[in-house]
Design a protein around this ligand. Structure first.
Ligand SMILES: C[S@@+](CC[C@H](N)C(=O)[O-])C[C@H]1O[C@@H](n2cnc3c(N)ncnc32)[C@H](O)[C@@H]1O
Length: 475
């Protein structure tokens, strides 16, 4: 069954290394690691932390003392094998509208090089590589158990219909079905108690894999000579929210096996700004919804499937909105726009990518033909909007009315997220599994409603962009 799941490598662990067990234990209880009890202590300034490393450092022999002619190895190499903890520089973990997030605790001037804000050693991660040999830290699940095959979380049939997107609903339904089959196959009466306790009912299992899926980071790691594509659960780094214009990125520092979160080179950040990464590049909202349970009205990669023959002139459209570059790298040159003109956002970039266009010559030769094409495209958009059972205004009202009762649920979810990043991954997963009944009915209704609203807002923005285009176009 495992082979029919989305990420279906059977997972194995090279475990039973008592040292790893100790690290793991040390991390969850050590003074530097208790995010819940003393978050502020962990968030040290760059200066403070670099001056006083928080783990023992091996002192290599001084060059003149060495009898050997060989070059001494990189001292960082020897640090592996000592208890290391996560370090953070100039950031705070704060609760916001998208759950917990990471925020700058001071201004950051743009630098020519990326700057490190978090360092998380390999021992704190749970790593499942996509190829043999598998690495699996910490050793919490018996060899071969595929619990960390990542499957989507569940929604009821009615909720799936509320997406107002039959394709996405059917994909999610199919994934749920496979998850259920998977649970039935692996959680039968004969399995060891250790496994059984993890997910006594399928809802617990599905919830836990949903959490794992939405917090999993895919990266290429180099360990020694081995380069691996991995799926990782990385405490603290998994507190970063997504943005299509991120100010941070992940970097694997292979020499001492450390995941770094870095601020982009040349990036200015103000105290309090949210630090973000790009979870998925080039993906539409349905993919974000499937994997992370959220969507955006300004996803620059969203798509509208037009079926008519109408096309507008590409270069003219781009120049009206000061969009430059090739389609894969379109960007808005805001210095060319009037002060305060905030119309161009990710949705307009997406419109530039998705509207049918033609591109001979510098300007469209026949104004009336261009205006006719604009009208046809707008009409097709209007027809799409009319096919939805609700309007964007109605969705917005529904969302507003959901806001109040949702708060309690949200705090429950955040409580899980918080615990997750506070304790070891092992105890977190157990915790996630334990609190499921509390969260079962905290449906993703709001995210589902937002998803369909975002779809409509994107189509409406495309209609507006076409309107502005035909007003401003120069013939
Ligand atoms: C890796 S976690 C990020 C930390 C999370 N906010 C928390 O409270 O633990 C990913 C989850 O955060 C939320 N999230 C991240 N970026 C978001 C965004 N731009 N908009 C809405 N929700 C977002 C989604 O619920 C997603 O599944």
């Amino acid at each position: 069954m495992a082979s029919s799941l989305p990420l279906h490598q059977p997972t194995r662990c090279f475990f039973s290394n008592p040292k790893l067990k100790n690290f793991h234990h040390g991390w969850s209880q050590g003074p530097n690691c208790s995010f819940a009890s003393d978050a502020q202590n962990q968030i040290k300034s760059i200066k403070a932390t670099t001056d006083t490393p928080s783990y023992p450092i091996f002192q290599p022999p001084k060059a003149e003392e060495s009898l050997s002619e060989l070059d001494s190895a990189d001292p960082d190499f020897y640090k592996i094998g000592y208890v290391r903890s996560m370090r953070a520089y100039g950031i705070d973990f704060k609760e916001g509208p998208d759950g917990f997030g990471v925020h700058a605790s001071k201004d950051v001037e743009p630098l020519r090089r990326p700057r490190v804000v978090m360092e998380i050693p390999l021992e704190l991660m749970l790593t499942i590589s996509q190829k043999l040999p598998w690495m699996f830290f910490p050793d919490i699940i018996p060899v071969g158990h595929p619990i960390f095959d990542i499957i989507n979380s569940t929604n009821s049939e009615e909720e799936l219909l509320e997406l107002q997107d039959p394709n996405l609903a059917s994909t999610m339904r199919e994934q749920q079905h496979r998850a259920l089959e998977f649970w039935e196959k692996n959680w039968h009466s004969g399995v060891p108690l250790k496994i059984k306790r993890l997910a006594r009912d399928p809802e617990r299992f599905i919830w836990a894999v949903g959490i794992a899926q939405s917090r999993c980071i895919n990266m290429q790691l180099r360990i020694g000579a081995l380069v691996q594509d991995t799926n990782m659960l990385i405490p603290y780094a998994d507190m970063l929210n997504h943005s299509f214009k991120p100010n941070c990125f992940f970097h694997w520092r292979f020499k001492d096996r450390m995941l770094e979160v870095m601020i982009n080179a040349g990036q200015r950040i103000k105290k309090g700004d949210e630090m973000t990464v790009n979870y998925l590049s080039g993906q539409k909202n349905d993919m974000f919804m499937q994997r992370y349970g959220f969507s955006s009205s300004v996803n620059p990669w969203d798509v509208i499937h037009f079926s008519g023959n109408a096309c507008v002139h590409l270069d003219s459209f781009l120049s009206v909105f000061n969009i430059s570059g090739l389609p894969e790298e379109y960007y808005h040159n805001c210095r060319l726009s009037n002060d305060g003109d905030t119309f161009v956002d990710g949705a307009v970039i997406a419109a530039a990518r998705t509207i049918p266009t033609w591109s001979d010559g510098d300007v469209p030769p026949i104004p009336s033909m261009e205006r006719k094409a604009v009208r046809e495209l707008q009409e097709e958009c209007q027809q799409m909007l009319a096919r939805f059972p609700t309007t964007s205004e109605q969705d917005q009202k529904i969302l507003d009315s959901m806001l109040e009762p949702r708060r309690t649920h949200e705090s429950a979810i955040k409580c899980v997220a918080f615990t997750y990043s506070t304790f070891s991954i092992a105890s977190c997963l157990l915790h996630v599994l334990k609190v499921t009944p509390l969260l079962n009915d905290c449906s993703v209704n709001m995210d589902i409603c937002r998803y369909r609203l975002h779809r409509k807002l994107f189509i409406e923005k495309t209609i507006q962009a076409l309107e502005i285009y035909q007003e401003r176009i120069l013939f």
